[in-house]
Design a protein around this ligand. Sequence first.
Ligand code: ATP
Ligand code: LTN
Length: 336
Amino acid sequence: MTDKEKKVVLSLVQPSGELTIGNYLGAIRNFSKFQDEYNCFFAVADMHAITVDQVPADLRRRTKEVLALFIASGIDPEKCTLFIQSQVPEHAQLSWVLNSQAHMGQLSRMTQFKSKSKEHSGNINSALFTYPVLMAADILLYQTDLVPVGEDQNQHLELARDLAQRFNARYSETFTVPNAFIDKEMGKIYSLKDPDKKMSKSDPDSNSYILINDKSDVIRKKIKRAVTDDKNNFSYNDEQKGLKNLINIYSAFSQKSVEEIVKKYRGENYSNFKEDLGDLIVEKLSPIQEKYNEILNDKKYLTDIYTNGAIKAEKVAYKTLSKVYKKIGFLKREML
Ligand code: ATP
Ligand code: LTN
């Protein structure tokens, strides 16, 4: 099948902090599953990242880190288009057009906007508000069929669908209406310190998360200190959320079922399980870390990938944007 006949999968990850095993297990690890059967676009959402304050040097470094992690996690740059959002200007251009179609009411109901404006109360800028419109532009530019994301992004996906349908109805068929791909199995990884909260790279307590690039002894220590309970009962249920989360992490890294894990550790104290879990994470992350560091050290390799990626992405994006500009009444720019 040629790329043209394949369905399109697209997802972006923000370079807004050091990546955690939540990002890896919940999103990035699963991207590579699509690359043989779909025409895949994966990108770093650096334009989304500036909706909250960023230190320029950190933003540059993290942008490369996300790309390196994509590749270290099995995404093949030969099979997929890997690029950086700000290097394809059509994202900003389509976003402006879609802003003229998006309603203030719908945007003000976005839960991420509400939570981020509380978190960053000193900097509630208008890009934080129109963030989901830029995300819709990311998706619609590539005529995307499927968008693999965590559950937290569902409401944004709904906006992208609404904007596509509204535009198609008003100006004739232009955009593919995308669907979210939320794999229930990916689940959500919770904080090691508070199992009611999602594991988040922006959590001020560094013991609450494991970073992809944490050293072996740090990983083991964080797992040892993870919150469980004093029931001394190794089982998988909602009353023992801390333990449940650790079992989920074990299951995700080992590909073993929850039942198997519970059977193996039933009757033992939690510390044996925690020790094994620490070892397991170290074992599974170390080849990824090795590859990741190798890629980051090869500047030319990475630059070539995102430069070629932007060229490939722009070809598709330009085609969609040209159609949109024509339909809404912008004059074609003549080349001299
Ligand atoms: P922050 O933690 O700073 O709020 P984030 O990690 O949620 O940010 P992104 O970097 O854009 O935001 O997330 C990238 C992807 O990782 C998204 O698809 C998101 O759903 C997924 N993801 C993030 N954290 C988790 C988690 N704890 N468990 C599962 N998936 C997650
Ligand atoms: N908002 C997303 C990141 C993101 C995205 C996208 C995901 C930006 N543009 C397009 C899928 C498709 C997040 O915070 N996880």
